[in-house]
Design a protein around this ligand. Structure first.
Ligand code: FMN
Length: 501
C-alpha cells in the first residue's frame, strides 16, 4: 500500500478522501497520511469511530483524546503513506467548524482571570467555552444523576460548630499527602481526556504539546504546590506531563486494571520508569456504569444542532447509544476501564510491580472495604463513587455520597483514620474550601478534585488551575480562622453537627 499512490510523495485532500472505505482506509494526522485498513478491527476505541473518519484529517480529534505515545504504540512505520501537499495543509489550517467559531467568539468575549472568584465561576465559564461533546462527557453522571447531585448536597447537610475567642492570627493550611508537601489538603483526582476541553485549533504547534490538557494541569498544580494524579486515559503521557512539571514535582499514576494482566503490568512498569510518585488503582469500574444520561444529553443536543452537519457527525460517533442488541448503558468513550475479575489479592501484585511506591485504592463506597484495604496492605484509599458516574441511586437509593461513607468510617472503624502509614482520602462534590474542612473534620487526610480541575484548565489553562487552588486556599484559611483552628491537624468531629447527614 505505502508509496503506491503519491506522485512526488505528496497527497491531496481529494486523494485522501478516496480512501474512506474498509478495503482501503487512510487517515491524516499532523500532515502525515497513514493506511489504517488493517488497524480497523484492532482499534481499542472500536472500529466505528475509525471507519467514520476514513479519508479525513483527524488531527484535532486524535490529539484531544490520545497522547502521542498512543500512536507509536499502535502504528507501524510501513503504514505511513506520505505527506499532505501544501494546498491541503493550507486548507486545513483555514478550516474552522461552526462549533470552533462559536468557541472562539466566546473565548474572545471572556473576562480576564481576575474576575474569577469561585469554583462555580470556573464551571460556568468552562460550560460556555468547551466543545459541546466534551461538556457532555465531562459534566454527566450515571443514569438519573442522583448520585452526582448528592455528592455535593451531602456537604450542605453538615453544619459547622465554630469556636471563638482563640488567637487565629497565624494559620497554616499546608499538610503532606503521601509524603508530598502540599499547600492545602487537596490533590487533583485523575480524570480522562483533559485535552478535550480546549482542543488546539488549526495546525498543532510545538508549545501546545506542553501547554494544554494534563500538562497545563501539572503546571498549575506545580505552581500552587499540590499533587496531581494522572488518569490512565489522559490526553497526555506521563512523560509529557513530567516534562511540563517543575523539577522534583510529583505526579501520581492511576491504573485501570485490564483483563489482559500483562498489559497492566507493562503500564505500571512504564509508569515507574517515567517517575510516577504512586499507583492509584481504580476499583469502582468492574463494569462501566449507566451512561444513559450522556446519551440523552447528546441526543437532545443533536436535535438542537439541526443541520450543522459536521458537529452532528462528531457527536453521533462519539456519543451514540450502543447498537441494537447490545447493552444500552455503556459510555462509548469509556472502553478499557473494566476488569470484573479484580480482587483484593491484586493489591500485592500491583505492589510487586512498583516496589517502594505508595499504592492507593480508589473508589471505596463502604466502611468495611476501608478496613479490608488496610488489612491487605494498601497505603491509602479514596472514598469515591467516581464522581457519580458509576453506581447511581435510582429509586432504591443504593449508593451513598462519599461524605456519608467517611462518616460511616468515623463511626464504625475510627482506628483506620488515625494510622501513621495509612491515609483515607475522599473525592466527589468538593466545590468550596469549607467542603474540604468538613471532610478533614471527619478524618480524611486530603480530598481530591475531579471536575473543578477540568473546568479550570478548560477555561484558563494552567493559570486557571493555579487560580482554582488559590481560591480554595483562601476559603480554607478563612474557614479555619472562623472555626478557631490554626493548623489542619486540629480539625476534628467536634467542629461539626452531622445530625442531618
Ligand atoms: N477516575 C479515574 O480513576 N480514572 C479516570 O480516568 C477518570 N476519568 C474521569 C473523567 C471525568 C470527565 C470525570 C468527571 C471523572 C473521572 N474520574 C476518573 C473520576 C474522578 O477521579 C473523581 O473520582 C471524580 O471526578 C470526583 O468527583 P468531582 O468531579 O465531583 O470532583
Amino acid at each position: 500500500s505505502a508509496g503506491s499512490i503519491a506522485t512526488g510523495g505528496k497527497i491531496s485532500l481529494a486523494q485522501l478522501a478516496k480512501h474512506s472505505h474498509s478495503k482501503s482506509l487512510w487517515i491524516a494526522i499532523d500532515g502525515k497520511v497513514y493506511d489504517v485498513t488493517d488497524f480497523l478491527d484492532r482499534h481499542p476505541g472500536g472500529s466505528k469511530i475509525l471507519a467514520e473518519n476514513g479519508g479525513k484529517d483527524v488531527s484535532k480529534l486524535f490529539h484531544s483524546i490520545h497522547p502521542p505515545t498512543t500512536f507509536d504504540k499502535y502504528i507501524r512505520p510501513d503504514q505511513y503513506v506520505g505527506q499532505l501537499d501544501e494546498e491541503s495543509l493550507y486548507t486545513l489550517s483555514k478550516e474552522t467548524s461552526e462549533e470552533e467559531q462559536r468557541i472562539q467568539a466566546t473565548r474572545d468575549a471572556m473576562f480576564g482571570i481576575n474576575s474569577v472568584v469561585s469554583l462555580s465561576d470556573l464551571e460556568r465559564l468552562a460550560e460556555a467555552v468547551v466543545p459541546r461533546h466534551a461538556w457532555a462527557y465531562y459534566s454527566t453522571g450515571a443514569d438519573t444523576e442522583a448520585a452526582l447531585g448528592e455528592n455535593a448536597n451531602a456537604f450542605k447537610r453538615v453544619y459547622f460548630r465554630p469556636r471563638t475567642m482563640r488567637d487565629v492570627s497565624n494559620t497554616d493550611t499546608s499538610t503532606t499527602v503521601l509524603g508530598v508537601k502540599s499547600s492545602i489538603p487537596v490533590y487533583i483526582s485523575p480524570t480522562a481526556r483533559n485535552g478535550m476541553g480546549h482542543p488546539e485549533v488549526g495546525v498543532r504547534s510545538v508549545t501546545a504539546l506542553t501547554s494544554q490538557g494534563e500538562a497545563a494541569v501539572a503546571r498549575g498544580a506545580g505552581e500552587a504546590g499540590i499533587l496531581q494524579v494522572l488518569s490512565h486515559f489522559a490526553s497526555k503521557s506521563l512523560d509529557e506531563v513530567k516534562a511540563a512539571a517543575k523539577d522534583g514535582q510529583q505526579v501520581g499514576y492511576q491504573l485501570y486494571l485490564q483483563p489482559d494482566r500483562e498489559q497492566s503490568a507493562e503500564a505500571v512498569r512504564e509508569a515507574v520508569k517515567n517517575g510516577a510518585h504512586s499507583i492509584w488503582l481504580t476499583v469502582d469500574t468492574t463494569i462501566v456504569g449507566g451512561a444513559l444520561c450522556i446519551i440523552r444529553k447528546s441526543e437532545a443536543h443533536l436535535m438542537q444542532l439541526g443541520k450543522r452537519e459536521t458537529e452532528r457527525r462528531i457527536l453521533a460517533q462519539e456519543l451514540s447509544p450502543a447498537p441494537h442488541g447490545q447493552p444500552l448503558n455503556r459510555a462509548p468513550l469509556d472502553y478499557g476501564m473494566s476488569e470484573p475479575k479484580m480482587t483484593w489479592d491484586d493489591i500485592a501484585w500491583i505492589r510487586s510491580l512498583a516496589p517502594g511506591l505508595p499504592v492507593v485504592i480508589k473508589g471505596i463506597g463502604a466502611w468495611e472495604d476501608v478496613v479490608l484495604a488496610y488489612q491487605k496492605g494498601a497505603d491509602a484509599v479514596v472514598l469515591s463513587n467516581h464522581g457519580g458516574r458509576q453506581l447511581d441511586f435510582k429509586l432504591t437509593r443504593s449508593a451513598q455520597p462519599p461524605l456519608k461513607t467517611l462518616y460511616d468510617v468515623h463511626q464504625h472503624a475510627p482506628d483506620t483514620l488515625h494510622q501513621p502509614n495509612f491515609s483515607v482520602f475522599l473525592d466527589g462534590g468538593i466545590r468550596h474550601g469549607t467542603d474540604v474542612l468538613k471532610a478533614l473534620c471527619l478524618g480524611a487526610k486530603a480530598v481530591g478534585l475531579g471536575r473543578p480541575a477540568i473546568h479550570a484548565v478548560s477555561a484558563y489553562g494552567s493559570e486557571g488551575v493555579e487560580k482554582m487552588i488559590m481560591i480554595l486556599q483562601e476559603e480554607i484559611d478563612i474557614g479555619m480562622k472562623l472555626l478557631g483552628v490554626t493548623s489542619v491537624d486540629q480539625l476534628g468531629p467536634e467542629y461539626l453537627d452531622t445530625s442531618k447527614l
